[in-house]
Design a protein around this ligand. Structure first.
Ligand code: ATP
Length: 337
């Protein structure tokens, strides 16, 4: 039976990279029924809102979504659609893998790690205000709960187990933020007892940033709170070639949204030269999620081989190819396996 997946093509280069990803996903033989839906700036003329009710209802029904980058209109009181989706469906886990691409020259080879970022709490709880009438002092409240810590840390351990990973590193700042970050660390130490097959270690965030830059190969699964995860996951994307190659997944109990991490890239939109790699690997994560892991692994391996062969690479990777021609190369690799 076909799995139904909502498809939000998005704004800017979104339609180009998502169409390429859909072609590549289908070339794996995956049986998916795509249900196109509107969101982002492109949804406003038709629906009067960047996150139409019909789109929310459809995600609620189908629970799976592949999404292109979305532009948040400036002004008009619109909040970011990505944040709205995260809140609406309590997508508490942000999964950001970073793996070196053979053939691409970056500072390190053999990086293979995944950042598991808590997506709903901490400094991003959205509780902040000015504390004086002249608006020269402000405060922000960071919320960390045992419930929120427990579910993200368990998610990280379960992810490690399901993907043959050996080590979970919990990143914190418990030496200074003794209660919030301290609680997160405490819960981590407790949960680690239930996973004797996975090595557990913790590290203070500033030291973690330095160690990631000095030798990222010593990290495997990194689990951390919202703000630290936001920063570290862009850092790790940079270590393996930048945001154009970085996939991400936002996962909750009710829904999972797979995406490329990059933005709408208005400077190259419509030119047919956008790099579809991040969207394709997001597609491979989607296949993993829907029980078609083998197809997902084949897709990612084919993308990697196509990059290593270096033919028709898009301009951001130093080539003179197009989105379509590079997608043809990926499909050739898929058909060869
Ligand atoms: P937004 O406002 O939606 O975040 P942005 O242009 O500020 O858009 P990105 O879209 O992340 O931010 O783009 C940053 C730069 O990286 C741009 O110059 C863009 O051309 C380039 N870029 C981003 N994604 C890709 C991609 N998939 N392929 C090629 N270049 C990309």
């Amino acid at each position: 039976m076909a799995t139904t997946v909502m498809l939000i093509r998005g704004d800017g280069i979104g339609p180009e990279v998502i169409d390429a990803a859909v072609r590549a996903i289908e070339a794996t033989g995956a049986v998916i029924e795509w249900e196109p839906m509107d969101a982002g700036a492109g949804a406003i003329p038709k629906h009067g809102a960047p996150l139409p009710e019909v789109t929310v209802a459809s995600i609620r029904k189908n629970s799976l979504c592949l999404k292109g980058p979305l532009a948040t209109p400036i002004g008009g009181g619109y909040r970011s659609v990505n944040v709205a989706l995260r809140q609406e469906f309590d997508l508490y886990a942000n999964l950001r893998p970073a793996r070196s691409f053979p053939g691409l020259v970056t500072r390190y080879e053999k990086v293979d790690l995944v950042v598991v970022r808590e997506n709903t709490q901490g400094e991003y709880s959205g509780i902040e205000h000015f504390i004086d009438p002249t608006k020269n002092a402000a405060e922000s409240i960071s919320i960390i709960t045992r419930f929120g810590s427990d579910r993200i840390i368990r998610f990280a351990f379960e992810h490690a187990r399901a993907h043959g990973r050996k080590k979970v590193t919990l990143v914190h700042k418990a030496n200074i933020l003794k209660m919030t970050s301290g609680l997160f660390l405490q819960v981590g130490r407790e949960i680690a007892q239930s996973y004797p097959d996975i090595e557990f270690t913790d590290i203070i965030v500033d030291n973690c940033a330095m160690q990631l830059v000095r030798d990222p190969t010593r990290f495997d699964v990194v689990v951390t709170t919202n703000l630290f995860g936001d920063i570290l996951s862009d850092l790790t994307a940079g270590l393996v070639g930048g945001l154009g190659l970085a996939p991400g997944a936002n996962i909750g109990e009710q829904a999972a949204v797979f995406e490329a991490v990059h933005g709408t890239a208005p400077d190259i939109a419509g030119k047919g030269t956008a790099n579809p790699v991040a969207a394709m690997i997001a597609g491979s994560m989607l296949l993993d999620r829907v029980g078609q892991k083998e197809r997902g692994v084949r897709l990612e391996a084919s993308v990697r081989r196509a990059i290593a062969k270096g033919k028709d690479l898009t301009p951001d990777l130093g080539g003179s190819g197009t989105t379509e021609r590079f997608t043809d190369r990926v499909i050739e690799e898929l058909n060869a396996t």
